[in-house]
Structure formats: structure tokens, C-alpha cells
Design a protein around this ligand. Structure first.
Ligand code: URA
Length: 210
């Protein structure tokens, strides 16, 4: 079983995260690092994918070999920053089905407002991995998971790059059944809802919009 909170302390993950945090890291390098880290995080978050066996023949002998079982898993990106994580995870699991949830954060209330929702069918039969690089207040992540549960999802994971303790608490209160996988839990949120020390606005850093 995945723990309620997994912090991936692998040296490659931690090294790449440090490079991403540095404010002088250019957009293209930031995006590349995010793709590389996503692969490593995806490896952790998919540890419990169901397995079966298939009868195969190697050049040497027949064998019963392990293979993934069940319906294709679903990756759900919380727009827009989720797409940066999504790209890397999809490289590792190219046959995954993909959904998108558009939520923006009202800058005054810090509450999520939905503007887009499109997810794969038969969510109830799939492992669903929600991806969003920054687990800050936890409001949009918890809201996204509410929507997915309403759409039938029962077997969920949440994958992020960085979390604030406040966001982890919020998610664990709202959705104790959803394990969180992250590369780090930082100190705190600031008054604007940004993670400190964090890495700034993940979407802006990824797409060069600031
Ligand atoms: N979203 C971001 O992109 N960065 C933060 O620090 C918090 C939320």
C-alpha cells in the first residue's frame, strides 16, 4: 500500500528539484527538468498498478511473465500547470487515458472556480492519477478530486512536485483515501497562497508568462 504521504527522496529527484527552484533557471531548462522529474515520480505513484501474468516464449523457454492488468489508467491534469507533469508521466505510460480539469484560483478568496471538465469514461474501473505540480492551499486539488469522485472515480492518487503542509492537511482531511506522492513538503504558504521557499508560480516558470 502507498503511504498517505510519500516524499520521493531519490537523489536525482532532489537534485533536479533544486535546479528548478533556482530563480535564474530558464524556462526551457525548467520544463525539461520537470519532464525528467515527472518520470521518476511516475515510477513511485504507479507502484500499485494491478498485475497479472501472460504466457510468453522467450528465445530460450516458455514462461509466465508479469504484465499490467485491468483497464488503462487515467491521468487527470489540473490546468494549466498540471500539463507539465502530465507530459513526463505520459512518456512513461503512453497508453494512459487523459483527462483535464480547469480550475482557476480566485486571487481574493483563494477558492477554486471550475471552467473545464473532460475526463475518460469508466473512471470507476481505473486507477486515476491526478497531477498538479504545486499542492499549495489544497483547495483546487480537493475540489478536483471531489469532481472526479462524483464522476465515478474510486481509486485515486495525487501526484505533485512540491507541497505545503497546509495543502497536505487540507487534502488529507477532505480525501484521506487518496495517497499523495511528492518530491518535497516545504515550510509554509505565504499570505498570497504561494509555497515558501517553493519555486514561484509553476505555470509562469513553465511557460514563460511572467
Ligand atoms: N501555485 C504555484 O504555481 N506556486 C505556488 O507556490 C503555489 C501555487
Amino acid at each position: 500500500m502507498l503511504e498517505p504521504l510519500t516524499i520521493v527522496r531519490h537523489p536525482l529527484v532532489q537534485h533536479k528539484l533544486t535546479l528548478m527552484r533556482q530563480k535564474e533557471t530558464p524556462t526551457a531548462v525548467f520544463r525539461q527538468l520537470l519532464r525528467e522529474i515527472s518520470l521518476l515520480l511516475a515510477y513511485e505513484v504507479t507502484r500499485e498498478l494491478p498485475m497479472t501474468t501472460r504466457d510468453i516464449e522467450t528465445p530460450m523457454a516458455p514462461m509466465q511473465a508479469p504484465i499490467l492488468a485491468g483497464k488503462k489508467l487515467a491521468l487527470v491534469s489540473i490546468l494549466r500547470a498540471g500539463n507539465g507533469l502530465l507530459d513526463g508521466v505520459l512518456e512513461l505510460i503512453p497508453s494512459a487515458r487523459v483527462g483535464f480539469i480547469g480550475l482557476y484560483r480566485d486571487e481574493k478568496t483563494l477558492k477554486p472556480v471550475q471552467y473545464y471538465f473532460k475526463v475518460p469514461p469508466e473512471l470507476e474501473d481505473r486507477m486515476v492519477i491526478v497531477v498538479d505540480p504545486m499542492l499549495a492551499t489544497g483547495n483546487s486539488s480537493a475540489a478536483a478530486i471531489d469532481l472526479l469522485k462524483k464522476a465515478g472515480a474510486v481509486n485515486l492518487r495525487f501526484l505533485c512536485l512540491l507541497a505545503a503542509p497546509e495543502g497536505v492537511r487540507r487534502m488529507q482531511e477532505a480525501h484521506p483515501d487518496v495517497p499523495i506522492v511528492t518530491a518535497a513538503v516545504d515550510e509554509r504558504l505565504n499570505e498570497k497562497g504561494y509555497i515558501v521557499p517553493g519555486l514561484g508560480d509553476a505555470g509562469d516558470r513553465m511557460y514563460g508568462t511572467k
